[in-house]
Design a protein around this ligand. Structure first.
Ligand code: SAM
Length: 278
């Protein structure tokens, strides 16, 4: 049997009914909308979980997942998220944030920023670099960085990255904010502790009805995650984002996400940057 045939056979074990169960579970609890075209991706990512948990069919594995109360649930979610990110991705947002921070209405209050789909941390550290380089070390600024995926949050907390991931940064920025690994750590960089000290990492499910915040934020970065949500989930997220922002606060979204249909909540301020209305 060729490798291709083996793969096709194995894939056929993820029956249409199994795939529907996966879609239903992840949509109901995380808001991610998996189109039929993602079946091969689901097969390959969950096959690994089957091997690790010792299940010999998707159906038995899915019985063991069943919902958020099970031990396997978080691994199931982690396996199905897509975490692509990079330092200063969609770089045009960072000067907009810097200007906003410099001219914020109440400079006596330390600014607060929420990075709502922080993935492996490159985005919140890029925010921390922007804050430090704009306001200096004494601003008291706080960044809250969250994601649904606990594996990426652990990577983010560690703050260690392949050296190649900072190649595209200006050498001055690289030297100011990263330490180069030596000996067994060569080929890696670590973010400097002052960046980590500004950031709190925790899990937040964007599709949950309630978010755990007492104080609103000055700015929210919620980039390249709403592409995974359908219109209904997106509408709920936008309404909660409106409440989670201070009046006049900014919402930054990804390049392919636009909300011009929610003008009562957000006014377009620049390329994929929205200002809270009201
Ligand atoms: C493609 S990454 C985007 C990372 C970063 N914001 C950027 O633009 O580079 C999408 C992230 O959204 C997270 N995510 C997906 N569904 C989520 C949800 N319901 N709540 C919170 N985070 C979620 C994924 O775990 C993943 O890390």
């Amino acid at each position: 049997m060729t490798e291709e045939t083996a793969f096709a056979l194995a894939e056929s074990k993820l029956t249409p009914a199994d795939f529907e169960r996966v879609r239903d579970l992840i949509y109901r609890h995380v808001g991610i909308n998996l189109p039929p075209s993602k079946r091969t991706m689901v097969f390959s990512r969950l096959s690994r979980r089957l091997r690790e948990t010792g299940h010999d069919s998707f159906s038995a594995y899915l019985d063991s997942v069943a919902g958020p109360h099970t031990a396997e649930w978080q691994q199931f979610v982690n396996a199905l998220t897509t975490n692509l990110t990079s330092f200063f991705r969609e770089a045009y947002h960072f000067p907009v944030l810097a200007e906003f921070l410099k001219h914020r209405p109440d400079p006596s209050r330390p600014p607060s920023i929420w990075c709502a789909a922080a993935s492996t941390g490159e985005e919140p550290y890029s925010l921390a670099i922007t804050v430090l380089d704009t306001l200096g070390a004494r601003s008291g600024a706080k960044i809250f960085a969250s994601d649904i995926d606990t594996n990426v949050l652990n990577t983010a907390r560690r703050g260690v990255y392949p050296a190649s991931s900072v190649d595209s940064l200006e050498p001055a920025v690289r030297n100011r904010h990263f330490m180069r690994g030596v000996r067994e750590n060569s080929g890696f960089v670590r973010v400097r502790p002052e960046l980590g000290a500004m950031i709190t990492f925790d899990q937040v499910n964007l599709s949950a009805d309630e978010w755990p915040f007492r104080e609103p934020f000055d700015a929210i970065f919620c980039r390249n995650v709403m592409i995974y949500f359908d219109a209904k989930v997106k509408a709920g997220v936008l309404e909660r984002m409106h409440r989670a922002l201070r009046p006049g606060g900014l919402l930054f979204v990804g390049h392919s996400e636009n909300f011009t249909d929610r003008r009562e909540l957000f006014a377009l301020q620049g390329k994929t940057v929205y200002r809270r209305v009201g």
